[in-house]
Design a binder for this molecule. Structure first.
Ligand SMILES: [Zn+2]
Ligand SMILES: [Zn+2]
Length: 379
C-alpha cells in the first residue's frame, strides 16, 4: 500500500459496508465526478495552461458543455444519495461541495474562451476526457465480469497508478514531441518516395493491419530488450511491480520506458509512410486494448486467443511463476511470440500471483521514478 492510499483511507474509511445500496459507490462516484468537474472548469478558465490544441480542435463546444453539466448534476445527485444512506457523510458532502464549486465558478454556462496562443500546456483536458471514458467502461466491466471478485477497485497502490495516469496525460505534449522527433528526423529523407505513396494508397483495412503488425514487431524487440538488458530492465521493472492486475495497472510505466518504447514503435510507421487515418485508428485501438489486457476481467476469449493478445495472455506476462518470466512480449499479436518461441499460454489457466519475486520496487510514484537510477536499488 502506498502513502497516498493510506491518506485516502484515513479521510474516507468509515467501517461501514461498501456493497451496492450502502451509499458507498454513489459517494465514490460523486467524489470522482465532482473532482473531474472542477478540473473541467479549470480547463475552461485557464485554456492556455491546461488544454491542448488537439482536444480543442476535436471536441465541439456543445459536447464539452454537455459533459461538464452532466458531471456537475450527477455528482450532486450521487452525493445526495450517498449522504442519505451513510452515517459518515464525508464522500457525499465532498462530492456535492465540489459540484457546487464547479457550478459557482461558471459550470456549463461559461463562455469557452478559446486559448490565445499555442505555447506548450498541460493536457488536463485530455486527462479528464480519457479517465471519464475509461472509468465508465472498465469499472463496471470489472465489477460485472471480474477475474478476482474480491479485488476492490481501490486495491493497494491504486493511487500510485492513478498518479501515473494523471502525469502521463498532463505531460502528453512533451512526451509526444520526444517520441515523434527521432522518427521524423530519421525519415524526413523518405518524403515523396514512390513506395511510400503506394503504402498510403493501400485499402484502409490492409494498412491498419500492417500498422498493427509493424508496430507490434517493433514492440516485441524493444520490450524483449527491456527485459534482458539490465540497464533497461530497471526502468521496465516499474511496470512489473504491480501485484494486482486491473485497468489502471497498465498505466504504471516509467517515463523513460514510455518514451523509448514508443519512439521505437513509431519508427516503422514513419518509415513506411502509412496514411494518417490508419495510424489514428491504430492509436485509438491501442488506447483501449492496452487497458483491456491488464483489466481484472474473465471473458472466455478462446476463439480470439490465436490471433489477438487477450487479458489472459498479458496477465501471464506479469506473472511471478518461474515458467512465465520473460515470456509474452507482444502486446497485440500473440503469434509473434509463438514465432520466436517466447509464448507461454497454459490452456485455460490464469496466474496466481503477479509482480517481481521479492518485491524490490517501492510503492509510490516519486520513489519509483528515482528507483532505476538510485544507488540503494536491489537488483
Ligand atoms: Zn514486460
Ligand atoms: Zn503490462
Amino acid at each position: 500500500m502506498s502513502d497516498l492510499d493510506r491518506a485516502f483511507q484515513r479521510v474516507f474509511d468509515d467501517n461501514e459496508p461498501t456493497d451496492v445500496g450502502s451509499g458507498w459507490w454513489s459517494g465514490a462516484a460523486s467524489v470522482f465526478l465532482g473532482s473531474l468537474a472542477l478540473a473541467g472548469v479549470a480547463c475552461v478558465l485557464f485554456p492556455d495552461w491546461l488544454t491542448t490544441r488537439e482536444v480543442r480542435e476535436r471536441l465541439p463546444l456543445d459536447w464539452a458543455r454537455a459533459i461538464l453539466q452532466s458531471a456537475i448534476v450527477l455528482s450532486f445527485i450521487l452525493g445526495l444519495i450517498s449522504s442519505a444512506l451513510r452515517r459518515r457523510k464525508v464522500m457525499g458532502l465532498l462530492g456535492m461541495s465540489m459540484a457546487s464549486l464547479a457550478s459557482v465558478l461558471g459550470g456549463s454556462g461559461i463562455d469557452f474562451a478559446l486559448a490565445r496562443h499555442d505555447s506548450p500546456s498541460l493536457g488536463l483536458d485530455w486527462f479528464v476526457l480519457n479517465v471519464l471514458l475509461l472509468a465508465a467502461l472498465f469499472v463496471p466491466m470489472e465489477r460485472l465480469w471480474p477475474l478476482r471478485p474480491a479485488q476492490s477497485t481501490f486495491r493497494p497502490a491504486w493511487t500510485t497508478d492513478t498518479l501515473y495516469f494523471l502525469t502521463s496525460h498532463l505531460l502528453v505534449q512533451v512526451t509526444t514531441f520526444l517520441i515523434l522527433a527521432p522518427a521524423q528526423a530519421a525519415f524526413a529523407a523518405f518524403e515523396g518516395q514512390a513506395w511510400r505513396a503506394a503504402v498510403a494508397g493501400l485499402p484502409f483495412v490492409v494498412q491498419f493491419l500492417l500498422v498493427l503488425f509493424s508496430a507490434d514487431l517493433a514492440e516485441y524487440f524493444i520490450h524483449r530488450a527491456f527485459h534482458t538488458v539490465p540497464a533497461l530492465w530497471r526502468f521496465h521493472a516499474i511496470h512489473h511491480s504491480s501485484i494486482d492486475m486491473d485497468w489502471l495497472a497498465g498505466s504504471r510505466l516509467h517515463i523513460v520506458d514510455v518514451i523509448v518504447t514508443r519512439a521505437i514503435v513509431v519508427l516503422p510507421l514513419f518509415a513506411l509512410g502509412f496514411d494518417q487515418r490508419a495510424v489514428a485508428a491504430y492509436l485509438v485501438f491501442v488506447s483501449f486494448h492496452a487497458v483491456f489486457i491488464h483489466a481484472n476481467v474473465r471473458f472466455d476469449l478462446r476463439r480470439a486467443e490465436p490471433w489477438i493478445v487477450t487479458p489472459r495472455f498479458h496477465h501471464w506476462h506479469h506473472a511471478k511463476d518461474r515458467e512465465a518470466i520473460d515470456k509474452n512480449f507482444a502486446v497485440h499479436l500473440p503469434w509473434i511470440d509463438r514465432l520466436f518461441g517466447t509464448a507461454y499460454e497454459p490452456a485455460g489457466q490464469w496466474p496466481e500471483r503477479y509482480g517481481i519475486e521479492g518485491d524490490p520496487v517501492p510503492a509510490d510514484l516519486i520513489p519509483q521514478t528515482l528507483w532505476p537510477i538510485s544507488r540503494d536499488r536491489r537488483d
